[in-house]
Ligand binder design. Structure first.
Ligand SMILES: Nc1ncnc2c1ncn2[C@@H]1O[C@H](COP(=O)(O)OP(=O)(O)OP(=O)(O)O)[C@@H](O)[C@H]1O
Ligand SMILES: [Mg+2]
Length: 388
């Protein structure tokens, strides 16, 4: 991490700019080189001073933060633009990502949030640049103490949660190590339901206490499902998801990594800010698809997006789920479409999966003889080899 990160602060309220300057002055890594009171001024000053990082308010006179971000990122694609927003402006985030914005900080913020968000964004950018310029496939910057596995798909209903939950149990059964499961399908998460656990504590409670919580206390917010497997469930109400931001997720992942050997993250089928954080943080992405054309198309598109994120090829594993017989598209065809090896093939097994879902007992416990269980054991075996 380089020592001096030059920063431009863009906000129409002078007191806010002053407050940010005070927060940044607590660290010797930042130098505020210019300020702007509106979007137009921001565009001019960005060109003139070329800051590494631009902290940008959204609602401003003359030109708003999003328009300014779009102009600056076209002019200077390497500038790291972070939006400063109030909670209900989060719907801007998706739009903002298309305008070149890298992250956002919700108002009101504190020193730690602002500092960590900037440092993480700079770190991500540096890693991406290194990959681009050196061609190095993957640069591991974090300790290999905890393996983060993000189960993902760009198609809904293909078995992400089934795979995530059962792999967590498979890993605990196989290794006897500490496994955390986090449900990041924040609106409609099913992990709690699949494990038949009452969500007395959810990720919302962690986020409420995020500024005071420490890694040694995070266990208090988790539900112990079985020895070695602890769970963080999704919010009880879908609307509570609105209050959870990617910088919260980054912090939670870092805390979980300190006292677990594996972290399994279940996701929703979209490239939203939360999912991208889970993908960025993953050592291994388990990409789930079924074999029908619609899934294959969506998953292929998803893989292309991940390629554009510069993820190394080895970071992504492919799982085909719900495979019936041998007719139709073959595994070889799928491999040709994805231009990637299929690592695990899980058969369609309505009876086992349905009974297990209805009882709230995962397949890994309910039916160890089933082919589904055997394949998930194989997946756990492959994952466990990474930190054996
Ligand atoms: N191998 C399988 N055989 C039969 N049914 C399966 C299999 N895998 C998953 N299912 C069933 O498919 C449905 C979707 O599974 P699951 O909820 O795990 O998918 P998902 O990708 O997490 O969905 P969502 O996008 O809604 O979160 C569930 O009813 C599940 O029981
Ligand atoms: Mg799911």
């Amino acid at each position: 991490m380089q020592k001096d990160i030059s920063v431009m602060i863009v906000d129409d309220i002078e007191e806010t700019r002053e407050l940010i300057k005070v927060f940044l002055s607590f660290s010797n890594k930042f130098e505020v080189i210019c300020e702007a009171g509106n979007g137009l001024e921001a565009v001019k000053n960005a060109r003139k001073y070329n800051p590494h990082v631009i902290l940008m308010d959204i609602n401003m006179p003359e030109m708003d933060g999003l328009q300014a971000a779009e102009k600056i990122s076209m002019m200077m694609p390497e500038a790291i633009i972070i939006l400063l927003s109030v909670q209900d402006e989060k719907e801007y985030f998706k739009k903002a990502m298309n305008c070149g914005v890298r992250d956002f900080i919700a108002k009101p913020f504190d020193t730690e949030t602002i500092t960590n968000t900037i440092l993480n964004a700079v770190d991500r950018e540096q890693r991406k640049n290194k990959i681009k310029t050196t061609g190095i496939k993957e640069i591991v910057t974090e300790s290999k103490g905890c393996e983060v596995i993000t189960v993902f798909s760009t198609k809904g209903g293909v078995g992400k949660t089934t795979v995530a939950v059962n792999t967590a149990i498979g890993l605990a059964q196989k290794t006897g190590k500490r496994v955390a499961v986090m449900d990041l399908d924040l609106q409609f998460g099913d992990v709690g339901l699949m494990l038949d656990i009452e969500s007395t504590r959810t990720i919302s409670n962690i986020v409420e206490d995020i500024s005071t919580i420490t890694s040694d206390r995070i266990e208090e917010y988790m539900i112990e499902y079985m020895p070695g497997v602890r769970v963080i469930t999704a919010p009880i109400k879908p609307e509570q998801a609105d209050y959870i931001a990617s910088n919260h997720i980054e912090k939670i992942i870092e805390m979980l990594k300190k006292n677990h050997d594996y972290l399994i993250i279940d996701t929703r089928a979209s490239f939203d800010e939360i999912t991208i954080t889970a993908l960025d943080k993953a050592d291994q992405i388990v990409m789930v698809s079924t074999k029908d054309m619609l899934s294959l198309k969506d998953v292929k598109l998803g893989m292309n997006v991940m390629k554009s994120f510069n993820y190394s090829d080895s970071k992504i594993m492919v799982i085909l789920n719900r495979i019936v017989g041998k007719f139709g598209i073959s595994i070889k065809d799928v491999e040709n479409i994805f231009e990637k090896k299929v690592n695990i093939v899980i058969p369609e097994d309505q009876k086992t999966v349905l009974i297990s879902a209805n009882k709230g007992i995962p397949i890994m416990i309910h039916d160890k003889k089933s082919k589904v269980c055997k394949e998930i054991q194989r997946l756990s075996e492959i994952i466990s080899r990474n930190i054996a």
